[in-house]
Design a binder for this molecule. Structure first.
Ligand code: BMX
Length: 290
């Protein structure tokens, strides 16, 4: 088996951007910065590549895992509240111009699903990956194949209770922060988990409501796809006590219908490791076709 080559992975989420030099499952170097809320994706990417200019020459391809939908290298938002991306942004073309090497782009939760399937808690079995983060994303690996396009976009689900809203707008990090505003002005989701740890009932109730709704979502995923396991990731999904609260919400579910929940073994690196492997596979395919 040849030694894996170094890939530049970038993970652009609704709250942060993570750049990493990845070799197989080894993270060689990282750079983090908040995802700008002003400007456009070309400006965000230019700033990010400026910050990692010293890495040029250290990687032979780029994997880009981004919040939103990626169709043939074109990037669009499904929920502009999660990140306001213009429709059909030329993502791979822009990154190829900045990096000067081939680029593979995919949805962030899809990339993380592949990372967890291949190297993490997925154990190379059929899985659904669910990230509870700024929004709610997901990825599905069935019979060793990562489903693309809209597949896994559980955060965009509609419900009878909120027919005009994306489900994530009533569960995720942005929702948690909005619920906290009357109790702690300017609170982020992270602040809410700190307040809950410090014993504040208002914070514990917000988290309990979010977790309860995630339990329901997991039950519906199980009935739709019947995966061996649902791997949970994301800044909220991996926050202290959240997964346990989601699991408690499933205690009364009959065993055959009950999802088997597992924490993402690769944590916040699932996306960059997953997209690096997908980019490396595409690069090998290109070279074998020459
Ligand atoms: C939204 C959607 C998904 C994304 C998910 C998690 C947008 C911009 N994003 O449902 O594509 O996977 O949020 O995104 O429509 P994150 O930023 O929380 O990782």
């Amino acid at each position: 088996m040849s030694k894996p080559r170094t890939v530049l992975s970038i993970d652009v989420g609704g709250t942060k951007m993570l750049a990493a030099l990845v070799r197989g499952t080894e993270i060689v170097d990282t750079h983090r910065m908040p995802t700008p809320r002003e400007g456009d994706p070309a400006q965000w990417l230019t700033v990010l590549f400026g910050a990692i200019a010293s890495w040029r020459g250290a990687y032979g391809s780029v994997g880009a895992a981004v919040t939103g939908i990626v169709d043939n290298g074109q990037w669009s938002a499904l929920n502009r509240k999660t990140l306001d991306i213009p429709d059909g942004f030329a993502l791979t073309e822009t990154i190829e111009r900045l990096a000067g090497v081939p680029v593979l782009a995919a949805n962030d939760a899809h990339a993380a699903a592949w990372g967890e399937y291949a190297f993490g808690a997925g154990n190379r079995e059929d899985i659904v990956f669910l990230t509870i983060s700024t929004g709610i994303g997901g990825g599905v690996v069935l019979n060793g194949r990562l489903l693309e396009g809209l597949a896994g976009h559980f955060g965009q689900s509609r419900s009878a209770e909120w027919p005009d809203d994306a489900l994530e707008d009533h569960i995720s990090g942005h929702w948690i922060a909005r619920q906290a505003a009357p109790h702690q002005s300017g609170a982020t989701a992270r602040d809410v988990f700190s307040a809950a740890r410090d014993g504040h009932d208002w914070a514990r109730q917000i988290i309990a409501t979010s977790a309860e709704r995630t339990s329901l979502l997991c039950r519906n995923i199980q009935l739709s796809l019947d995966p061996r396991r649902i791997v949970i990731g994301g800044s909220i999904g991996l926050a202290e006590g959240y997964l346990a609260a989601v699991d408690r919400g499933l205690e009364a579910v009959p065993p055959r219908l009950r999802p088997s929940l597992h924490a993402a073994a690769l944590g916040e690196n699932a996306g960059v490791i997953g997209i690096a492997d997908l980019a490396e596979r595409q690069q090998n395919l290109r070279e074998n076709q020459r």
